[in-house]
Design a protein around this ligand. Structure first.
Ligand code: ATP
Length: 311
């Protein structure tokens, strides 16, 4: 297996804040890799180090085996979290300018820009001034400017933020197409459903550290079938009386119930049947959302406990 990106024991502090603390993970060639974690967990700082925007205090980043530097920047199409388009320029002019900066000839650039603007249903915006675009519209233009030169590695920091469901779907489709062409993709997000649908591998950050990393399917398997999906009609108050569970995604006639220590799913079924008409009762692997909440939650409890012991 070839690794396109390798992050080895990377650490970065800003004053007293250890933004990234001894982080290591590998991204295999041709995979979609999701970087997850709560706000302030260290995702953007890590992405910036991979892109050689900031340097690690310790550790190293390798891109195709080469230490991150000006040379590796050229291999990567990078969409930063802070979007940076020139507000006064027209969309077409701007894309042409950025594509040429990345080494495309004017005619290649024009052809690719035309293709991508059409793909994003944005062809009409060619002569619009960037400053007049909505947030989602400029997000699409920024995305085009990131991918227009066909790099082999793509890094998108929060690519779905600000996009409506239709455009999110379109972006998802395009990212999957980039992977199918053999490219490697890293993106950060808070949107668990996107990760579940797209990623081969993930890395979950919390407090600057990696708390979970690996193949998404394997991670879910390891967590086991410990979650019950219940669809019911009638009185849902039986859910409040269940012990040793955590209830996620509860609504009038649906609940996702995570079984904690010792409880048997049959006990839940019995209590549910006594109270309501059951339309569906299914034991499943936990959703990524559930994994996120439990791993981050437990890690934070552990950290709090360690801090209390130190105090
Ligand atoms: N330039 C900086 N100067 C000082 N502190 C910084 C700087 N950049 C990041 N930090 C701090 O480092 C920590 C990690 O921030 P980072 O932006 O990497 O998190 P994140 O996981 O990307 O968060 P979010 O999901 O909110 O984008 C935070 O505590 C943040 O305040």
């Amino acid at each position: 297996m070839t690794n396109t990106i390798e992050v080895h024991n990377v650490t970065k502090a800003f004053g007293e804040t250890k933004a990234v603390d001894d982080v290591s993970f590998n991204i295999e060639k041709g995979k979609i890799f999701g970087l997850l974690g709560p706000n302030g967990a260290g995702k953007t700082t890590t992405i910036r180090m991979i892109n050689y925007i900031i340097l690690p205090d310790d550790g190293k980043v390798l891109i195709n085996g080469i230490k991150a530097g000006p040379q590796t920047q050229k291999m990567i199409g990078y969409m930063p979290e802070e979007r940076g388009l020139y507000k006064k320029m027209k969309v077409g002019e701007q894309l042409l300018y950025l594509a040429q900066l990345k080494g495309l000839s004017a005619s290649d650039a024009r052809e690719k820009i035309r293709y991508w603007l059409k793909r994003f249903n944005a062809y009409d915006w060619h002569s619009k001034v960037v400053g007049e675009l909505s947030k989602g519209m400029s997000q699409k233009i920024q995305f085009i400017s990131t991918i227009v030169h066909d790099p082999e590695i793509y890094i998108f920091d929060e690519p779905f933020s600000g996009l409506d469901p239709i455009n999110s779907e379109l972006l998802k489709e395009i990212i999957i197409e980039l992977k199918e062409k053999g490219n490697t993709i890293l993106f950060s997000t808070h949107r668990m459903e996107q990760v579940e649908q797209m990623c081969d591998d993930i890395c979950l950050f919390n407090n600057g550290k990696v708390v979970l990393t690996g193949n998404l399917r394997n991670i879910k398997k390891e967590f086991g079938k410990n979650t019950v999906l219940i669809e019911f009609q009638g009185d849902g108050s039986f859910l409040d009386r269940l012990e040793n569970v955590r209830i996620n995604n509860r609504s009038t006639n649906f609940a996702e119930v995570r079984i904690l220590d010792g409880l048997n799913s049959q006990t839940i079924l019995k209590k549910a049947m006594e109270a309501a008409e059951i339309h569906k009762f299914q034991l499943v692997e936990p959703s990524l959302n559930e994994i996120f909440i439990s791993v981050v939650g437990e890690d934070n409890i552990k950290k709090q406990h360690e801090e209390e012991l130190r105090a």
